[in-house]
Design a protein around this ligand. Structure first.
Ligand SMILES: *Cc1c(COP(=O)(O)O)cnc(C)c1O
Length: 450
């Protein structure tokens, strides 16, 4: 170990060759999970005193372990929110690994942080926040939401001064992502449930009515969703911003999935009001073509987040006195992979127009898919897609039918689609974020439901 020998050179070639072959597969097989017993039998004991050797371990990964993982970048991987990293982004992830950059501080990672911040600035500009807004790339939307909400409460604490409320509270809806409730639990805060409208949207009127009834004591944030995970619906951001302003509440926009569509000129107006957010998140690993895992977390006033999150200790003194932009200071983390770099590299290499085009393409496929679903007598499209998620009922199916169908699709390698629950009913949903997904791919899936 720790010496570059001829054997290391051979391993480097083997690994780069594998990565290149994997990227070239067209389409990559979907693959799928196997049981612990099957994997035990196929892989055997991989951790040994003397080691297997790099090439043997790589072969084991290629032949046994990788095929036991679903290829979320397959064009027919439509479950949850899949991934569709560009080749450039994926390749650059190898470089991030090869360079041992500590992405937590400016003093150690200045070049990487500079590049990440330019990528963040593109998102800030699309959202219409002031150029002084900024933040950090964190692991995922879950940590992004938690970090933003911790900053929000810190601000409320500072404003409240000597008279803290009995309970801290944030307002959200039933369509809000599960990670927001998880954040509230971690923070020992309560969630004020605001009813949604007929489309599953948070509106200013509902928020105002609920806060009128429940009061605003201890209310430190309102979470709006720009593209709900289940149905892709965008809350009424401008109306919500008005109510936040009336009550002095922090306005957080969770756009983990949907805010990527800010890059699409035809969609940008739908997010009107996001420019008034105190914080927002968007996951490049969802619909901005970056590999896992990557969430952009942005604050209108980064200084507020810095006050909430900066860790202090004698051994950190050189960082905290520097006055420089330390990514560690803006979320719940310290050591940090420069995980925004694959996104930055792809953006730098391809240019922002390529992003706009790729997102437009997925939106067009979603619209074509909606029309296809509407034409089929055995299917119901449960709502017109606002973004790129389609929620579909197969007439006459029970939950067990959806389960069996989903398992069949994956086992046959045709597609990865899973059931969901929408308004208490088991149905299915297709999430389209891959520019290589075609209307024919969607039709092939819909055919299997006949
Ligand atoms: C996916 C998602 C999250 C959570 O993001 P992770 O990256 O999975 O942690 C939060 N909010 C919304 C709206 C999401 O779609």
């Amino acid at each position: 170990m720790h010496i570059f020998t001829d054997e290391t050179d051979g391993l480097a070639r083997a690994i780069l060759d594998y990565a290149s072959r994997r990227l070239r597969l067209d389409p990559v097989p979907l693959d799928g999970p196997r049981s612990p017993g099957e994997l035990e039998r196929a892989a055997g004991q991989t951790i040994t005193a003397d080691g297997l050797g790099g090439e043997a371990a790589l072969r084991l990964f290629e032949e046994v372990l990788a095929p036991a993982c679903i290829s979320t970048d397959n064009p027919r991987s439509l479950a949850f929110i899949p991934a569709a990293p560009s080749e450039a982004a994926t390749l650059f992830d190898l470089v991030v690994g090869a360079t041992s950059i500590f992405g937590g501080s400016w003093s150690e990672g200045a070049g990487a942080v500079f590049a990440e911040n330019q990528a963040l600035r593109w998102l800030v500009g699309l959202a219409g926040l002031p150029a002084t807004a900024g933040g950090v790339f964190v692991q995922g939307g879950t940590i992004g939401n938690l970090s933003a909400l911790v900053a929000a409460r810190q601000v409320a604490r500072a404003v409240g001064g000597a008279s803290p409320p009995a309970r801290w509270r944030l307002a959200a809806t039933t369509e809000t992502h599960s990670s927001v409730r998880s954040a509230a639990a971690v923070m020992d805060a309560d969630v004020v449930d605001v009813p949604v409208d007929g489309d599953g949207r948070l509106t200013g009127a509902n928020l105002r009515r609920t806060l009128g009834r429940e009061g605003t004591d201890g209310l430190f944030a309102v979470v709006a969703t720009a593209g709900t995970t289940n149905t892709g619906v965008i809350d009424r951001l401008g109306e919500i911003a008005d109510v936040c302003e009336e009550h002095g509440a922090w306005f957080h926009v969770d756009g983990a999935y949907g805010l990527a569509a800010l890059a699409s000129p035809s969609m940008r107006h739908r997010f009107s009001g996001v420019e008034r957010a105190d914080s927002f998140i968007v996951d490049p690993h969802k619909w901005l073509f970056a590999p896992f895992d990557c969430c952009a977390l942005v604050y209108r006033e980064p200084e507020l987040a810095r006050a909430a999150h900066t860790q202090t200790a004698g051994y950190l003194q050189p960082l905290s006195t520097s006055g420089e932009w330390n990514p560690s200071d803006f979320a719940i983390h310290l050591t940090r992979r420069a995980r925004g770099l694959p996104f930055w590299f792809s953006l730098a290499a391809h240019g922002t127009s390529a992003y706009a085009e790729a997102i437009e393409r997925t939106l067009a496929v979603a619209r074509a898919a909606a029309a296809d679903i509407a034409r089929r007598p055995y299917l119901d499209l449960l709502l017109e897609p606002e973004l790129s998620i389609l929620v579909v009922r197969r007439r006459g199916w029970e939950p067990a039918d959806y389960d069996a169908w989903s398992r069949r699709l994956l086992a046959s390698g045709l597609a990865f689609v899973v059931p969901t629950v929408h308004r208490g009913e088991t149905v299915t949903r297709l999430a389209i974020v891959n520019p290589r997904t075609t209307p024919a791919d969607i039709a092939a899936v819909l055919d299997t439901m006949a």
